[in-house]
Write a protein that binds this ligand. Sequence first.
Ligand code: GRF
Length: 199
Amino acid sequence: MTPCSSHKALNIVVLVSGRGTNLQAILDAQNAGTIQSRVTLVISNKEAAPALERAKACSVPTKVIMSKNRDPRGFFLELQDTVRAAKPDLIVLAGFMKILPPDFVKTFSNRIINIHPALLPNFPGLDAQGQAIAAGAKKTGCTVHVVDEGCDTGPIILQKTLEVLPNETRDHLAERLLPLEHQALIEAIQRIEAGKIKF
Ligand code: GRF
């Protein structure tokens, strides 16, 4: 989709815990002009998350808020204050391995989206790709959805489907799903920019 003047440039905060390929897809799209929005802050709950280096390489500010060995309430309050201070239009969970508490979700109601590597409502939670293989699913995919107070239960923005290959391993499937996740996330942001998603 080509950006046009009616599109809204969003101030995006991205929450990560690890590798950061979905974050990279957003950064690449903003650098290519495929989206108008800008990532203004990347927050990780893990100090060693490679996603932080990806952000720094694009001169995007980063913040680490460690969750390990910490009272979850204190962690989420600090996270909430940090996110609020960044005044985001949109918060993207891109491999953020924490379930947000109801207070956090309410504070940023309808402004949080998540990318999940399965066709929700199938295979919510951890290791969705492994769940799909274990269940013998013939097809799977990925979902971008609005985050509500449940685990991977919020309204679906869009999904992309992939056939599972015969005897496919969990890791092979996860690798094939990844580019689809990146496309889905960018398309979802484009739709939100264009005002096409009614929350
Ligand atoms: C992706 O599979 C995403 O769907 C899931 O966690 C993984 C994160 O990958 N929520 P990355 O850190 O974006 O590379």
